[in-house]
Ligand binder design. Structure first.
Ligand SMILES: *Cc1c(COP(=O)(O)O)cnc(C)c1O
Length: 394
């Protein structure tokens, strides 16, 4: 058959940048600072609980909304850190990673043909989930603000139409490392209330805001609790991206809609990992604080090495990522630049344009991750420094 069998609405999402850049990294023996997954383990006590859960026979379908101990731990954690109160029985749903929660939230709450507004650049699964739901995306954008980023509020106003059903907001923000300010979040909340929109708050990096930057959950702003679906995950908080334990928190009517979709995507998932994440939420907050401090320090070292290598480095206030402008190096296209980077400098990274619809506005930035172990970061830094002292030849 000559035609592409993938259904039309998924054809734009058939391949991801990470496969391409990882293959290049392997081919050139490059330090892979492209894909954002840690290469060291989460807290040992949590891993022990998972092993024990398997040994103790927690190997069948867990309850549809998630094991009670995990839902309780999520509720307790959010009450302690944000002062929001979610009923573990009706307002918390355990999902197969934040990724499933994102998809189920759109599938359960947005009709085909309705609009979801994203803020560019955006995490890659959002657009695909919107396409799966037969919904449409419109985009607002972040804009440079000093050495960081801020919301372009006019672009958000312009993106909202009578057809808009949901806003999707991610802070701390992948890929830029921006932590949205209270002013930006308040402006988003005002628009959501004015237009009576649902808001999906992707808080996957809620614990990873640096230098005393405060992560503010949109659910805590006045008028927002009843319209906000908060999504988070154990992946980034406890360095277990392979466990795929995420969750959604929302008022019961909204959460029931998310559940209606979720139960037919995967039904349930991660049986023995759920008690382990419950244990970690209850007992490993100090480990998370140490992770945050370590990441903050690696971010500074990687940022300094990128500056030395001639990049225009942006300020990262959180997440796993720092972005750097390639124009001071005489380059103009981030995608081409990233294709050549493994051979040229011996490191791999990802062009920010892959996270945007308006590629022309984002093709000068490259995203590097610093969520790697000490030896990996040190070698990446060494190679970037070497590039500065000895001009690269390809
Ligand atoms: C990693 C990530 C996710 C996905 O989390 P999982 O729990 O691994 O599915 C969602 N949103 C953002 C912004 C992320 O970086």
């Amino acid at each position: 058959m000559a035609t592409i069998p993938t259904v039309a609405r998924l054809q734009p999402f058939a391949s991801t940048i990470f496969a391409e850049m990882t293959e290049l990294a392997v081919r050139h023996g490059a330090v892979n600072l492209g894909q954002g997954f840690p290469d060291s383990d989460g807290p040992a006590g949590m891993l022990d609980v998972a092993r024990q859960a398997i040994a103790d026979g927690f190997n069948q379908y867990p309850p549809g909304r998630g094991v009670p101990a995990l839902r309780q731990a999520i509720a307790t954690d959010r009450a302690r850190r944000y002062g929001t109160h979610y009923d573990p029985d009706s307002q918390i749903l355990v999902t197969v990673g934040a990724t499933e929660a994102i998809a189920a939230t759109i599938l359960g709450l947005v009709e085909p043909g309705q609009d979801v507004v994203l803020i560019e650049p955006y995490y890659d699964s959002y657009a695909a989930a919107i396409a799966l739901a037969g919904a449409r995306r419109r985009t607002a954008r972040l804009v440079p603000d000093g050495d960081g980023f801020t919301l372009d509020l006019d672009s958000l106003r312009a993106a909202i139409t009578p057809n808009t059903r949901m806003l999707l907001v991610n802070s701390p923000h992948n890929p830029t490392g921006a932590v949205l300010s209270r002013a930006d979040l308040t402006a988003i909340a005002d628009l959501a209330i004015e237009h009576d929109l649902y808001v999906m708050a992707d808080e996957a990096y809620e614990h990873l805001a640096f230098d005393g930057h405060e992560h503010i959950s949109l659910s805590t702003l006045p008028g927002m609790f009843d319209r906000t679906i908060v999504i988070s995950s154990a992946a980034k908080t406890f360095s277990v991206t392979g466990w795929k334990i995420g969750w959604a928190c929302a008022p019961a009517p909204l959460l029931d809609a998310v559940l209606a979709a979720k139960q037919f995507l995967t039904f349930v998932g991660g049986g023995p990992f759920q008690p382990a994440v419950a244990y970690a939420l209850d007992n490993e907050q100090q480990w998370v604080a140490a992770l945050r401090d370590t990441l903050a320090e690696k971010r500074l070292r990687l940022s300094a090495a990128l500056t030395e290598a001639g990049f225009g480095v942006k300020r990262s206030d959180g997440t796993y990522f720092v972005c750097a402008d390639i124009t001071p190096l005489g380059a103009t296209d981030a995608y081409d630049f990233c294709r050549e980077l493994p051979a040229r400098l011996g490191v791999a990274a990802v062009p920010v344009s892959v996270f945007a619809d308006d590629k022309a506005s984002w093709n000068r930035l490259v995203r590097f991750t610093f969520c790697k172990k000490e030896a990996t970061i040190a070698e990446g830094v060494r190679r970037l420094r070497a590039a500065h002292t000895a001009p690269a030849s390809s």
